[in-house]
Design a protein around this ligand. Structure first.
Ligand SMILES: Cc1cc2nc3c(=O)[nH]c(=O)nc-3n(C[C@H](O)[C@H](O)[C@H](O)COP(=O)(O)OP(=O)(O)OC[C@H]3O[C@@H](n4cnc5c(N)ncnc54)[C@H](O)[C@@H]3O)c2cc1C
Length: 433
């Protein structure tokens, strides 16, 4: 068994990994290095860094399904994935000051009116409660400290020598050099650039990625109300297996729902958000209609090219058969240029034959939600640039090139708390074998 394990990132993945090691009487040394603060000192404005990472100040929703939250069952198989997620949920309950308040919402089966046209992804969610995350963090931290885990806070890892198993980290007053037998790399979204940098430096092989592109759809909420009543953040989906394409509605916002402009690599694309304050209620709904397209050789370049070709005058485009673009929650016009039907047909062609899937999606929504008719608009484009995912051995998430280095959480392929924690536990289970 390895004696000296260093975990970079005290996020959800790293903390769950350390906990699993301790629960299995690991008798070596565990060091966790994080650029943020311990849970007693971490201020609310540190959204991404510190004990429990981005999960520490999150919405505290623990999704409980292998189709949500990033890749897990790809490595572990379905049954093992569910078992690992159970362990994460148990950990959150274990350090919760009122575990009985952790409740699971499990939506009812897909309604008949959706069935012939779309799949509706319904999945259970455990609600930890944002208000309790702070207390959970402290309890969990105390447990780790009491079990001799060493923490280096406000210490940023700036370089890792994979060949010699040495880490360099900087804090305000000092530089730390550490060696490791095994390294767990769980830097989350806040460390994504560092991960990329290492991947390039060591020419780490990566998994092929898909293109994720589409539009942001917006309409008055009343047309979707019968579905919103069943599932607030509904996820409609459909799959064309033979063509390597699947579509899903993404990130649904209701009640006080606003389309947001995102600027990436100098171009505009769209997203959405919802305000909680009733004062902002506009009774609108917006969601992405995102296509996942597999088999495109250079997915990043391909997506960049499409996004550039559908930007005009420095911003994105809006098409509607009847409506005008909306305003932001601050009452400012959403940055976009409205195009007519003829221009829209040209813009469609920039999606290189794939826009037909979005056309069909909208046509079928008009059947399922008949009052929708022409009362909708789309902001073009919405895009997700997926960062390269290092190629790992599926049995323990170690790099294929450096087998004593394990990537976990959002730094690998996760997108949520449960999957990140589960990946951490999966690695720890391998290390204690
Ligand atoms: C506002 C918000 C709300 C969210 N709500 C939810 C939700 O309700 N449900 C859900 O499932 N997911 C949610 N998420 C996503 C979820 O928080 C993440 O998927 C999850 O925390 C990822 O876990 P991780 O361990 O991979 O990384 P993180 O939890 O992000 O932890 C990474 C840690 O690494 C540290 N780090 C980074 N780089 C370095 C470096 N170079 N040196 C030292 N330390 C470093 C950071 O300080 C951080 O503490 C939310 C995210 C945000 C931002």
């Amino acid at each position: 068994m390895s004696k000296n394990i260093v975990i970079v990132g005290a996020g959800v993945a790293g903390v769950n990994a350390a906990t699993k090691l301790i629960d299995n009487n690991f008798n070596g040394k565990i060091t966790i290095i994080d650029m943020g603060k311990n849970p007693y000192e971490r201020p609310y404005e540190d959204v991404m860094t510190g004990f429990l990472g981005a999960g520490g100040w999150s919405d505290g929703k623990l999704t409980y399904h292998t189709a949500i939250g990033g890749q897990l069952s790809k490595y572990t198989g379905e049954d093992k994935a569910m078992e690992l997620m159970d362990q994460v949920i148990t950990n959150f309950k274990r350090f919760h000051p009122k575990p009985e308040e952790v409740q699971c919402s499990n939506p009812i089966a897909e309604p008949d009116f959706i069935k012939p046209y779309f799949g509706l992804r319904l999945f259970p969610v455990w609600h930890v409660g944002t208000d309790y995350l702070h207390e959970i963090g402290k309890n969990w931290y105390d447990f780790l400290i009491n079990n001799n885990v060493e923490f280096l806070w406000e210490t940023k890892v700036t370089d890792i020598n994979f060949d010699e198993s040495i880490i360099r980290a900087d804090s305000e007053n000092s530089q730390t050099i550490r060696s490791y037998d095994k390294l767990i790399f769980g830097v989350g979204k806040s460390g994504i650039d560092f991960g990329k940098q290492l991947a390039e430096k060591y020419s780490l092989p990566t998994e092929p990625k898909s293109v994720q592109i589409g539009v942001r759809f917006e309409a008055p909420q009343k047309h979707f109300q019968k579905l919103i009543d069943i599932s607030y953040d509904f996820k409609l989906y459909r799959k064309f297996e033979d063509e390597g394409v699947s579509l899903r509605s993404f990130c649904t916002n209701n009640n006080a729902a606003y389309v947001a402009v995102e600027q990436t690599y100098g171009d505009h694309s769209y997203n959405g958000h919802a305000k909680k304050d009733e004062a902002f209620r506009n009774d609108m709904t917006n969601f992405g209609i995102l296509m996942e397209i597999n088999g495109i050789e250079k997915p990043f370049d391909w997506s960049r090219n499409v996004v550039q070709s559908v930007n005009k005058g420095g911003t994105g485009l809006y098409y509607s058969p009847s409506r005008k673009p909306s305003t932001t929650s601050e009452g400012i016009d959403v940055s976009t240029i409205q195009i007519n039907r003829k221009e829209f047909n040209i813009i469609r062609s920039h999606f290189k034959g794939y826009f037909k899937y979005i056309d069909d999606f909208i046509s079928d929504m008009k059947i399922v939600f008949p009052t929708l008719s022409h009362d909708w608009g789309i902001y073009i484009p919405e895009v997700k640039y997926l960062s390269p995912e290092p190629l790992v051995n599926y049995n323990n998430l170690s790099l294929t090139k450096y087998e004593n280095v394990h990537f976990v959480g959002d730094a690998l392929s996760a997108r949520g708390i449960t999957v990140s924690g589960a990946q951490g536990i999966y690695v720890a289970e391998d290390l204690i074998k």
